[in-house]
Design a protein around this ligand. Structure first.
Ligand code: LMR
Length: 332
């Protein structure tokens, strides 16, 4: 073997020894890539690589390809993955039921209301609770306001009676469906399409971006624009993993996360509007806009969940949100 190539080999070896091993972040989530969360995760991967100059590689696993809802939380705590962005409705099983505050029906009128809470003391105190589970909260990412769907028109509270409705693993959503006489079924997101197609459940609730990208509109004849609740996410990581990162790298990742949070929240509303247009264009579902009277009737039927769930979520945080958003259930 020629001297040059041996020298080249040695130099390469020395260089490799000197260079810090690349850190790989597995970022697993359950929705399609073409959603606010899917795009936010890809944006983070790009910025993390750029800001750390390749020291960190983020591998994004969308659509439950790596882990389903329940498994992904366990995988993060065990360190099998390094980052997730679960729905705020999915922290109850982890023992932090206070996150179900975000599931209270009709609590938020719009994204502005929502950000008063995620960027405020309640948002911060919920992230502190994550630390007790060995997790760190990195940001709140929006998706959007939910619509109801089924294979029959949904106009009045009576129309929900007896329907089997798929929900996320939240007791507040369970109470919300029972409040209109439906039978709630907690189920992993990856199982919903098939459950609707086979009739295991009759209907469900979702922001349009999830309804459309999971093709649920193809197995639901009717969509009602109720905007009765909100789905958003907490981007979380494993505390041991995060604390062990070199300080400069952690700072660069925090910057990437800050930019990704702004990006994901900037695109969320438009993404859902576009998805709804696609559902409309498909002609597969009839889209119904409840009248003001119908919306008020549904709101009155569901708002009793707020007091029912106050002991579970914590009356204090509900009161803080009521004050911040000027919500007064007694005025309904
Ligand atoms: C659901 O299970 O319906 C949603 O939480 C999925 C998601 O992450 O948006």
């Amino acid at each position: 073997m020629k001297l040059n190539s041996i020298l080249a080999g040695v130099l390469l070896g020395v260089a490799a020894l000197g260079a810090q091993a690349q850190t790989v972040i597995k970022f697993s989530h359950v929705v399609a890539a073409d959603t606010p969360k899917g795009k936010g995760a890809e944006f983070f991967a790009k910025r993390a690589a750029e800001l750390t100059k390749g020291k960190v590689k983020v591998e994004v696993y969308a659509n439950s390809t790596l882990y389903k809802d329940k498994e992904e939380m366990e995988a993060l705590q065990l360190g099998a993955v390094q980052m997730l962005a679960p729905s705020l409705s999915k922290f109850g099983p982890l023992g932090i039921k206070e996150f179900e505050l975000f599931d209270l029906p009709y609590l938020f009128d719009d994204y502005k209301d929502l950000h008063l809470v995620t960027d405020g003391p309640v948002g911060k105190s919920l992230f502190q609770k994550l630390e007790t589970k060995g997790l760190v909260g990195l940001g709140y990412w929006d998706n959007g306001f939910k619509v109801m769907s089924a294979n029959k028109p949904l106009k009045n509270p009576e129309d929900y009676k007896g329907l089997k409705m798929r929900i996320q693993s939240s007791n507040v959503l369970d109470a919300q469906m029972r409040a209109v006489g439906s039978i709630p079924q907690k189920m992993a997101f990856s199982e919903v399409y098939q459950a609707l197609q086979t009739g295991v459940v009759d209907g469900t609730e979702n922001p349009p971006s999830n309804l459309y990208t999971q093709k649920m509109h193809e197995v639901q004849k009717h969509v009602s624009l109720t905007n009765h609740g909100y789905i958003g996410y907490a981007v979380i990581t494993n505390k041991k993993f995060w604390d062990a990162l070199p300080a400069d790298v952690r700072g660069q990742l925090e910057q990437a996360m800050k930019e990704s949070t702004k990006y994901a929240n900037d695109i969320a509303k438009e993404d859902n509007e576009r998805a709804l247009e696609e559902v409309r264009k498909s002609g597969k579902s009839q889209i119904y806009t409840p009248t003001a009277a119908e919306k008020l009737a549904l709101k009155k039927a569901m708002v009793k969940v707020h007091s029912e769930m106050a002991s579970r979520i914590g009356k204090e945080s509900i009161d803080i949100v009521y004050k911040a958003t000027n919500f007064d259930p007694s005025k309904l």
